[in-house]
Write a protein of this length. Structure first.
Length: 49
């Protein structure tokens, strides 16, 4: 159970980093709404996988 919490935190960190990374490119890779939070982004990534 503790490992699941660690894995979830790691996953959210990756999602947050990927979301922030798009600001470093000249062209956006994707266009999430400004109101989206990391948990919502993580759910989208999990569904995509």
């Amino acid at each position: 159970v503790e490992q699941d919490a660690i894995d979830a935190g790691y996953c959210l960190g990756l999602v947050h980093g990927y979301r922030d990374m798009r600001h470093y490119y000249l062209q956006d890779l994707f266009c999430p709404p400004n109101s989206v939070n990391d948990e919502q982004m993580a759910r989208v990534v999990v569904k995509y996988l």
